[in-house]
Design a protein around this ligand. Structure first.
Ligand code: ATP
Length: 234
């Protein structure tokens, strides 16, 4: 089976700093995967390379078998990216933004799908609202909507619940879980172990640009518990 994401010896340097350092990572279709790590670990850099926005210093990255550099368009079509912030003109309406995003992928007449996304994200009554007038929670949902316009098989979410309240976190979790149950490969970055534990099957822990742990969520939690117990007993 072609991996959803296939990263080999990937590296990104900024001068002397290795933001990513010889990363190997294969994620299979249908997985619900977490990239866990503290500030500056390299999570956003990794997403940015997969989205074709940052050029790696060395190594390769593929989405559904397509190289993010040499087959950029094919790779990008298969990837939905939910960034941390909206990068659209705040005077566009929600619907206009989704139409523009569809055009970016060469999709005309996407109205029925856009309506469905808005309905599913509880944004139907905000379709004609300017982006600048949305609450923080609505903006989060719009960020997800714009990642789905081209029906990508793989979805990456960069800290989708950072700074949101408990209720919104729960509803975002439910929505993301539903995407995975529908067959999407889902990768999310997070600082929170409990978020990865609640949602994901497998996790990579990044630290200073390196993968320091790669395991099933269950095994990772068990080894953290064992380690904590050892510390308490010693
Ligand atoms: P956070 O959780 O804070 O978003 P992160 O895990 O996403 O952190 P990155 O944003 O990928 O981490 O950053 C990894 C490292 O690369 C950091 O040390 C950061 O300062 C550095 N870095 C990122 N982008 C640049 C850039 N354009 N120029 C120089 N250094 C950069």
């Amino acid at each position: 089976m072609t991996p959803a994401i296939d990263i080999q010896q990937l590296g990104k340097r900024y001068g002397a700093l290795a933001a990513l350092d010889h990363i190997d990572l294969v994620i299979q279709p249908g997985e619900f995967f977490a990239l866990l790590g503290p500030n500056g670990a390299g999570k956003t850099t990794l997403i940015s390379i997969l989205a074709g926005l940052t050029r790696p210093t060395h190594g390769s990255a593929k989405v559904m078998g397509y190289d993010v550099l040499s087959e950029y368009r094919a790779a990008r079509k298969r990837l939905g990216v939910v960034p941390q912030e909206l990068v659209y003109d705040p005077f566009f309406t929600v619907r206009e933004m989704l139409v523009i995003q569809s055009g970016y992928f060469g999709i005309q007449g996407n109205d029925a799908w856009i309506d469905e996304i808005l309905y599913r994200l509880d944004l139907a009554d905000k379709a004609h609202t300017n982006l600048r007038a949305l609450s923080g929670g609505m903006k989060r949902r719009v960020l997800i909507a714009q990642a789905l316009v081209h029906k990508p098989p793989v979805i990456i979410l960069d800290e989708p619940t950072a700074g949101v309240d408990v209720d919104l976190r729960q509803s975002l979790w439910q929505f993301i879980q539903h995407l995975n149950q529908e067959g999407h490969t889902v990768v999310l970055t997070t600082h929170y172990l409990e978020e990865a534990e609640a949602l994901c099957n497998r996790v990579a822990m990044l630290k200073q640009g390196r993968i320091v742990a790669l395991d099933s969520m269950r095994n990772l939690v068990r080894s953290i518990q064992d380690y904590t117990l050892e510390l308490r007993l010693s």
